[in-house]
Design a protein around this ligand. Sequence first.
Ligand SMILES: O=C(O)C1=C[C@@H](OP(=O)(O)O)[C@@H](O)[C@H](O)C1
Ligand SMILES: C=C(OP(=O)(O)O)C(=O)O
Length: 425
Amino acid sequence: MIRTSQRKPFRATLTVPGDKSISHRSIMFGAIANGITEVEGFLPGADCLSTIRCFGQLGVEIERLSETSVRVHGRGFAGLAEPVYPLDVGNSGTTIRLMLGILSGVPIFSTLIGDESIARRPMKRVVEPLRKMGARIDGRQDGRFTPLSVRGGRLQGLTYESPIASAQVKSCLLLAGLNAEGYTIVREPYQSRNHTECMLPAFGVELETQGAEVKIKGGQELTGTRVRVPGDISSAAFVLAAALMVPGSQVTVEQVGLNPTRTGILDAFRMMGAEVQVEVTDHWCNEPVGNVTIACEELRGVEIKGELIPRLIDEIPILAVVATQARGRTVIKDAQELKVKETDRIATTAQELRKLGAIIEETEDGMIIEGGTQLTGGSCHSHGDHRIGMAMAIAGFAASGEVVVEGAEAIDVSFPGFARLISQL
Ligand SMILES: O=C(O)C1=C[C@@H](OP(=O)(O)O)[C@@H](O)[C@H](O)C1
Ligand SMILES: C=C(OP(=O)(O)O)C(=O)O
């Protein structure tokens, strides 16, 4: 359980735990590479630990040198061993969807399962195109849901027009494409996060990107490398939002990932009138890294839609919290993907924020939030969704009474140490 209440203006400079998307990929790419991959700044969150456990079951030796340093003894695609027991991805959509791409092209049999939330999340979006590549996948409701089983084998390259902007779909198909005959091309309606495209070249893979299209040639091998993981901008978003909830505050987050396919939340905060300063200081594995400083006196409501949505998809719950404090109405559109995350985030965000007096309407593809509301204290629940738990805790920073967040253990999925960190603000 986390308890938060109204804060006085504060100033803070801090770092946040490692990027979840990059941490997953560092283990996966390290495992299918030849040789050793050293990972620094790894996120020791529950989701990334699920990825480590699954690859351990595939015979990959993965050493935890410290909480955040990991050494992966890559075995190449060909060295992955048939697992004896089902692979349990826990709560992690990224783990299951990317692993399906890898496992489809390797001649072993495996079964994938996860928690209650994973059992509700749609898998057809990857199973269908993987089957077109020749993958043999079966599962509940003809492969729409877990449990899923994969009998890996020879794959054919595919040109795929993805109906959704999803980095998990894109990455899954690119990883399958690495093992397929010929070229695999993935086109998306808007570009989703491109960590796979940034990181694979660091492992010696060649690919071509043109706007929202990526092309990869099959039969390429990966070579182990060193990966430094920047702080997660999706985690930083909660602390930046905390500063916006308490006018007169200022927060700097250092060594955070600034990949433009992830910084939509900074654009949204700027549109709302926040002062956001960004300084890129380095590139790690082709990923821009640097510092973000935010401050604000007054916020205004905005319309968030289109290409911006995939660039801030995981930040919409906290954006809705901030929008309750803006002048005027905030409209979020084109965000139907929120319905198939750890929870239906349109429903859970609205339901929990209403408990604190927010005026918020759910729509088919987003929500409408009336600004300028005085939030009250109340008892909220994470619904087992880390981002909902964190969003509600930050809502307490502007509430007239105490906000209690039940189910806060879910936050460990992406942000271990969240409660301690925000208690210091
Ligand atoms: O590829 C990734 O690392 C992720 C992609 C996104 O999901 P979708 O691909 O389903 O949009 C995002 O919501 C998730 O937190 C991480
Ligand atoms: C949607 C998320 O993750 P995943 O899809 O990996 O479960 C998230 O972290 O908000």
